[in-house]
Every structure is written in C-alpha cells, then in structure tokens.
Design a protein around this ligand. Structure first.
Ligand SMILES: [Zn+2]
Length: 251
C-alpha cells in the first residue's frame, strides 16, 4: 500500500528514519509520497528520496509557514520541481483554522503554485484545514483539478462536488478514531475511485497511541479502518487506492 502523504523528513524522525521506513515496508507499505513545507527543506527531501527508491518527493510551500515564504522561493520551487523527479507540487493550499496566518499572503502563494503545477503538468497536494471551499474555489478559478485534498475534512456535499470535478480525497488516522462520526459519513459517501490513504506522520498520532508522533507503519490501521467503513477487504481497498495513487502521481 502506498502512503500518499507522509512527512518522513520531519526532525522527529531524524534518529530512526531508516528503521521506521523498514518497519513500514515489513508491514506492507510499498511507497511513500513525501511533500515539502518550506524551501529550505527541499534539499533534505531530495536526499531522502535519493537514498530510498520507494520515497517519492514533492516540493511546495505550505500555508502554515506563509510567514517564512519569500518571492524567490517560488523560483527555487520551480527549479526543484523540474530537476528532481518530483511526483507532485505540494504541500500547498490554505489554512483557515489558524487565524495568525495572513490570508492574502496564503492566497497569493496558493494561486502561484496552482499556476505552476498547471504549467508543469504536475498534480497538487493540497492542505485544506478549515478551508475546503476556498481551496476548491482556487482550483475552479484556474480550472485545474489534478489534485489530492489531503486529510479531507469537508462535508458530504463538498466531497461529492469535489470528487465530481476529478479531485482525489486523502483520508488518514482520524478515520480510525471511533469519535470521528462526521468524517465516517464522508468516507462512506465517496467512491473508492476518488480515495487515497495517508498517515501524515508524524503530525496525526492515532487516538489510542503515543501523542508525540505517528509512524509510517500506522498506514496499516488507516487501511483497515477505511476498509471497514466501506464494507470491503483491505486487499480490495489497497488495490483501488494504489491504482489512484499510481495514476495521479505517475509512480
Ligand atoms: Zn502534510
């Protein structure tokens, strides 16, 4: 199974990264899509991908770090995307949960990145925290839907409209939490043709495990949780979500 979104470059994995990747492989994880957050992190991603054939790099400017982004980072980004076997532009998008992040600046970097992805014919990996509708409006404005909304947290109706436009939805560890009733309804409502699975490790610990970080191997529990909600087997689920991943990321 392919993890469509994992920050394996995070400093919290510096001491045991290779061990954790190998544990995940043992558990059946066959690929890891690694999105970036800031320009100064691009080189580290490049070297991790160079050392691990099954780690697929993406480069982008994440809305959480909008204060750190500079105009020249867009040039650095374009350069990295063209010369380093990037499978996507990401992570980019909008975050409206946090109110300390300048929304105009977020919008600027988001739209520049949509244009760049369209130009380079790369899919987008989208961060949509509290901003599902606004991100979708951005895609509509630029008429570009080759994208994954990662850690999707919108409504059933939004999921319907967004998947109809051709955008994939990423679901992760939150699905495993029995209290995520609203999310469960969304997962049940969408066709597996539009779904990819992810850990977002280390940022989204499983509700019943360590609060500090989640791990690459936790993808197995995500797959089991989604398979259960969809009344299917893990094998069938993985067959479809892998196909979706291979198609959009060309891996
Ligand atoms: Zn992320």
């Amino acid at each position: 199974m392919i993890d469509s979104h994992i920050h394996i470059d995070d400093a919290r994995f510096d001491d045991d990264r290779q061990q954790l990747l190998s544990d995940a492989r043992q558990s059946g994880v066959t690929g890891f899509v690694l999105p970036a957050t800031v320009a100064k992190g691009f080189s580290k991603i490049k070297s991790i991908a160079a050392e691990n054939d099954d780690v697929f790099p993406a480069y982008g400017l994440h809305p959480y770090f909008v204060d750190q982004h500079q105009q020249q980072d867009l040039d650095i980004l374009a350069e990295f995307l063209q010369n380093n076997q990037a499978v996507a532009l990401g992570e980019c998008g909008l975050d409206y949960y946090r109110d300390d992040l300048d929304r105009d600046d977020q919008q600027y970097y988001f739209e520049q990145q949509i244009k760049m992805a369209k130009n380079l014919n790369l899919p987008l990996i989208l961060h949509v925290n509290g901003a599902v509708q606004a991100v979708f409006e951005g895609l509509k404005k630029h008429d570009y839907y080759r994208a994954v909304m990662h850690s999707f947290n919108g409504s059933v109706e939004q999921a319907r409209q967004i998947t109809e436009a051709g955008v994939l939805l990423g679901f992760g560890t939150a699905v495993v939490n029995p209290k995520s009733h609203r999310l469960h309804e969304v997962v049940k409502s969408v066709s597996l043709k539009h779904v990819v699975i992810e850990t977002d490790a280390p940022d989204q610990p499983l509700y019943h495990k360590s609060k500090e970080r989640n791990l690459p191997a936790d993808l197995v529990e995500v797959a089991e949780g989604i398979a259960q909600l969809k009344n299917t087997s893990v094998t069938e689920l993985v067959k479809q979500t892998n196909q979706n991943c291979r198609q959009i990321f060309n891996v």
